[in-house]
Design a protein around this ligand. Sequence first.
Ligand code: MG
Ligand code: MG
Ligand code: MG
Length: 308
Amino acid sequence: MEKEILIFGHKNPDTDSICSSIVKQRLNESDGKNNTEAVRLGKVNKETQYVLDYLKIEAPRLIEKVEEGQKVIMIDHNEFNQSVDGIEKAKIIGVVDHHRIANFQTSEPLYYTAKPYGCTSTILFKEYKSKGIEIGKEEAVLMASAIISDTLLLKSPTTTKHDKNALKELGEIANIDINQYGMEMLKAGTDLSEFSAEELIELDAKSLDKDGTKFVIAQVNTASIDDVLEREAEIKNAINKKIQQEGLKLFVFVITDILNSNSEIIALGERASIIPKAFGKELENDKALLEGVVSRKKQILPNIDKNI
Ligand code: MG
Ligand code: MG
Ligand code: MG
């Protein structure tokens, strides 16, 4: 049965978007609120599927748009251009997020929880604590998975002490070896073999807008940058097509080596000329290796946003 309030993360959902939406629904239920349903805005990626299979639970229902006046809670995002179609006319009841706030407005008051933590699930973990609600094993696995995903097993510079403490406690509740489980989960997400180049550049793509200048930063995780670059020509074609179709000024495709914590970027579009200024590195064949860079939100987006 359809519930009154829908809970969802961003388009091209990642593990945080899916797991935190499920957890938020369960947290509400434990708190006596049975009128919310976690849904999703896109395909479940392989990393997230690993988590769902581990727990033997179903993915939330897929939705493509919302009707005017639909009550919603936004998880792991706030920018309308990353959200469901129709979000402008939805009734936003709440937001739980750990990103910058941009391209967002409401006509009515709302519950908005923003923390600069490494993961939305860390915010939810604290909500459990502050409400004195016990965390079940499944919820612990869901939140731990989201934290592992967003912080790359606490190695990303987005990691805060709040994430570390939460993950430690969640690992104990779930009774899992965080490093072993986490590595398996992250590796599941690096299997990119069966995706077409078009799919690859969409898997974890974020649409951004700076005063009408549209750009995209997409990211994939891998254990070998070279493996991904074997398909460089094909990937560039797909990106150029996307730039044309959507009138983008820049498309940055970030290939992140999760073992060595580096990223190679492919930057295309009219504004690719800002890359040297943004990162202090020239593009060679539209590419640059950014050492020690793994976080889109903290290490890539701010530098691009400032210069575009
Ligand atoms: Mg996310
Ligand atoms: Mg997140
Ligand atoms: Mg991410």
